[in-house]
Design a protein around this ligand. Sequence first.
Ligand code: LMR
Length: 324
Amino acid sequence: MVKIALLGAAGQIGTPLSLLCKASDLFDEISLYDLVHVPGIATDLNHIDTRTRVSGHLPDDSGLKKALTGADIVVVTAGIARKPGMTRDDLFKTNASIIRDIFTDIAVTCPQAMCCVVTNPVNSTLPVATEALKKGGVFDPTRIFGVTTLDVVRASTFAAHALGDNVNPKDLKVSVIGGHSGATILPLYSQAEPPVTLDDQTLAGVINRVQFGGDEIVKSKQGAGSATTCMAYAGFRFIKALLSGMDGEAITEEAYVYLPGIPGGKEIAAELGVDYFAVKVELGKTGATKALPIGKISEHETRLLEVALKELKSNIATGLSFMA
Ligand code: LMR
């Protein structure tokens, strides 16, 4: 029996994500939680001919507790999204308390669940979530992830676009480390497989597009929000990786994690001077089983890493001071 709880399921990421989960037939049970609409969304999804049972829970009548009870995986997309002119940090004031309250309930109801935080600004909301779990006395760093998979998806897609029509983005593997916001996003094209051969100027343009891909969508949607379908796609990719690991398959995926609590992570944290950072992690039956070293990076990437770390430190401090 595998149960996934999707919190924020009536939102523009949550709804397509719930469709991907229901259509995949990878779950026995999907519970949807949001402030509005989720009973109807559940009824709608239950007309799809997969075996998964979907239930929808509103806040009244202990809805969050019901949604979380027995969950093996919890994905949080709840909160507000950006509008033009806003940075992800502008979302913190509203979204931080949403994350704090949800994780306070997770700590009581399903402390063993694998938790995925999509709600922005992820660089700061993950520290909020981990502090809430710490306060509940149940923090396990191997089971909580900030979802940065969209950056990995973009890194392959945008490089493939620059390389030409005959390159399938899915054939390009590009690790992306750091965080999930602007300059904190660091695609490592020097490690790409197969190697990406672009001139310096084109490569710099591709890196910038990966870092600010979120802004491209916010601008294009003209006030109607930020990334939704590509974020749902990326979130689902991460969920599938998590499930494969839980099934005993050896799999790696990038995620924003609390490094000191993951085997191999303490060394990386000491080298970088930050505790929260996105790296490639090995996923196993119990969540993150290993944080993989960053490896050799180019001089240009080393300079970008310095910039990323400076911004990331401030984002992490924002999350921690909110919970202090
Ligand atoms: C993205 O990367 O597209 C998302 O984090 C949404 C945003 O606000 O940019």
